[in-house]
Design a protein around this ligand. Structure first.
Ligand SMILES: Cc1cc2nc3c(=O)[nH]c(=O)nc-3n(C[C@H](O)[C@H](O)[C@H](O)COP(=O)(O)OP(=O)(O)OC[C@H]3O[C@@H](n4cnc5c(N)ncnc54)[C@H](O)[C@@H]3O)c2cc1C
Length: 153
């Protein structure tokens, strides 16, 4: 089956990453995000090596690293100052990538949203699906709050 159009429900890291990967594969994407403000909760996030490699495949790792802080090791201590863990040199995540990247939570969201918009995905916020009905063949109708989209499921 050749998928030509997909409805992505939810614009978190997962939905935005899926959108980019699908657009790279030439698939049309409608993304709906229920939160009209598209809020992002949390102060910061660590992007470990596997995440950086995935983001690199999606073309956004470089921007995340540019806006973040490379983390090359880790140390932890007891309250008395005794060293519990010391790892000074994690291997790089890949060519031109640090082992881990620490970044303010909003930044990767903005980077992914900008990339998703640039990719040509149709993005609507303040919209969710209210029902999914089986259709003919591989096509189903997903009714959104304000409109309806047709997408293979
Ligand atoms: C305190 C905390 C610290 C963390 N620290 C790290 C870290 O350092 N490193 C790391 O890699 N991960 C970390 N994580 C995990 C990481 O934040 C999550 O794995 C990631 O955000 C999940 O992304 P997601 O897209 O799957 O889901 P979510 O971020 O939950 O996104 C889902 C999106 O879908 C929307 N949505 C939901 N239902 C609907 C609907 N019916 N219709 C339309 N839209 C809908 C929501 O509004 C939301 O925008 C942390 C998580 C927490 C809670």
């Amino acid at each position: 089956m050749s998928v030509r159009r997909v409805l992505v429900v939810g614009g978190g890291i997962g939905g935005l990453s899926a959108t980019l990967a699908l657009r790279q594969a030439g698939v049309e994407v409608d993304l709906v995000e229920k939160d009209a403000e598209w809020s992002v909760h949390g102060v910061g996030i660590i992007q470990p090596g596997n995440a950086l490699r995935a983001l690199d495949r999606l073309g956004v790792a470089e921007e995340c690293v540019a806006q973040g802080h490379p983390m090359v090791g880790m140390r932890s201590w007891t309250a008395d100052g005794e060293t519990l863990l010391r790892a000074d040199e994690f291997p790089p995540a890949g060519e031109g990538l640090p082992p881990n990247n620490g970044i303010t939570r909003r930044r990767p969201h903005d980077i992914l949203v900008a990339a998703a918009r640039k990719s040509g995905a149709r993005i609507r916020t303040g919209v969710t699906t209210s029902a999914v009905e089986p259709g003919t063949g591989d096509v189903a109708a997903a009714h959104a709050v304000t409109t309806a989209a047709m997408a293979p499921l």
